[in-house]
Design a protein around this ligand. Structure first.
Ligand code: HEM
Ligand code: HEM
Length: 180
């Protein structure tokens, strides 16, 4: 396969769509956390779950597409490059882990996962268990915050490349950014 200098259009689209979805799932998660029990909260939960499941589906698609289409070579020249590469692998991991923990939280709570406003229902995976439901919810939330910290590091790295090192790392993923 020919070596790429930038990500394929499909991988770029999926990267930015996933970033938007994750921002959306977090905002909806925070909003629903403060709401009193009721129909509105259930609707927000369904939206949270729909966006969250979409995150996993897109992460899988990306992993398939990066196999098929290849990606630019990974730079591992400095410790910062190595950290960045590890953070990218971890981000894929968290895009799979956090939604799975969310699904388990719902399942231990005895709540089926209703997607797209109830058009699709995912089955319960486990028996109901109130204590495990609470612990799983805490773990889901904690892992979402670890993911948020990794995203902050990832964005800081991208900005460092663009603003300080003034290289083409951001342009690999953001074709609208002028090449240096
Ligand atoms: C929720 C937010 C985000 C997530 C989960 C995320 C995740 C990822 C992942 C997993 C990769 C590796 C892609 C691959 O090799 O298949 C990647 C690459 C990249 N991301 Fe993000 N990203 C996010 C937001 C951003 C933002 C806001 C920026 C820019 C400010 C950015 C800039 C980049 C760049 C430049 C690369 C290519 C790095 C390289 O190949 O050296 N990302 N991102
Ligand atoms: C990337 C995907 C996801 C992220 C970043 C995320 C993030 C969060 C956050 C931050 C909260 C805490 C809200 C608060 O109380 O302040 C939360 C709660 C919750 N999420 Fe997610 N979530 C994701 C996907 C999912 C999925 C796919 C499901 C289910 C299928 C789900 C089910 C839940 C449930 C049931 C709660 C309430 C937990 C509790 O009662 O303690 N989440 N999520």
């Amino acid at each position: 396969m020919k070596q790429r200098v930038a990500y394929s259009p499909g991988l770029i689209a999926l990267h930015w769509l996933s970033a938007l979805l994750i921002a959306g799932v977090l905002v909806v998660g925070w909003l629903m956390g403060d709401m009193p029990k009721g129909v509105e909260k259930s609707n927000m939960m369904s939206l949270h779950q729909t966006l969250g499941v979409a995150v996993v589906v897109l992460a899988f698609l990306r992993l398939v597409l990066r196999r098929l289409q290849g990606v630019p070579p990974v730079e591992l020249a400095t410790p910062a490059d190595k950290l960045a590469a590890m953070v990218q692998v971890a981000l894929y991991g968290f895009m799979l882990l956090v939604p799975v923990l969310g699904y388990l939280t719902s399942s231990f709570g005895g709540h089926p996962v209703n997607l797209l406003g109830g058009a699709v229902s995912l089955p319960l995976l486990t028996a109901q268990n109130h204590d495990v439901h609470e612990q799983m919810g805490d773990l889901h939330q904690a892992m979402a915050y670890v993911m948020l910290a990794l995203i902050a590091l990832h964005v800081a790295g991208a900005l460092k490349h663009h603003l300080i090192l003034k290289d083409d790392v951001l342009a690999k993923m953001a074709p609208w950014v002028a090449k240096r």
